[in-house]
Design a binder for this molecule. Structure first.
Ligand code: MG
Length: 217
């Protein structure tokens, strides 16, 4: 038996960050539209693909630097940097798959950005008067189809054992496509309903400990 190629695919908001920074940015910079549209996205009468686009494209580009400043202050879950070191030492790639904006992820991570193997999500064009949203990963009702990212990344380097980390409904399809899953919050509930097993976590200290014990064993 040869080497097993493991790779970690992680959500960003509420998973790497301790809070939902993307929703907070939308509520801050598009307060009226957020009040109207966010409840519709939660009750599923409006898709994330349409709702997030309507919200972001209602914001003037001149606010973009303030938006970046606002996400820069988002705290990360404990143990994140140590988990990256742990994976680096073992040659295991760590890929971020966000349903939000890649530039917001980069701003939040700061120098840690250089230590992840990829950041996939939607992008903002700030050249016009209003922000314009682009995503290479749109599919069905999703702005960023995480299974589509997973499939694409797996073509660029070999992955025998993909590991998913997430916290919410937008991570469900990615989690179902991975044999090993770390879940918390709503994602854990959805997996319970489907009888799928997963490792529960609160932070990256938990994840590193379980990874060492169960996944590298
Ligand atoms: Mg999340």
């Amino acid at each position: 038996m040869g080497i097993v190629n493991r790779a970690v695919f992680s959500d960003f908001d509420g998973t790497i960050t301790a809070q939902e920074s993307f929703v907070r940015v939308l509520e801050t910079f598009a307060p009226e539209a957020s009040g109207l549209l966010i409840p519709k996205m939660y009750d599923l009468s409006l898709s994330l693909r349409e709702g997030v686009r309507l919200l972001l494209e209602s914001i003037e580009s001149r606010h973009y630097p303030e938006m970046l400043d606002s996400v820069r202050r988002t705290p990360l879950r404990p143990g994140f940097e140590e988990f990256l070191s742990f994976l680096e030492a073992r040659g295991i790639p760590f890929v971020i798959v966000t349903g939000g904006i890649t530039a917001f992820v980069r701003a939040t991570l700061g120098p840690l950005e250089k230590r992840v193997n990829g950041i996939y999500g939607a992008d903002l064009d700030t050249g016009g008067r209003m922000l314009k949203l682009h995503s290479d990963w749109e599919a069905g009702s999703e702005l960023v189809s995480k299974p589509l990212v997973l499939e694409t990344v797996r073509k660029t380097f070999p992955v025998d054992l993909p590991v998913a980390i997430g916290d919410s409904v937008t991570d469900l399809e990615m989690a179902l496509a991975c044999p090993v899953v770390f879940a918390r919050d709503r994602l854990a509930g959805y997996l319970d309903q489907r009888g799928r097993s997963y490792y529960r976590y609160e932070d990256f200290v938990d994840i590193r400990r379980t990874f060492q014990k169960e996944i590298l064993a």
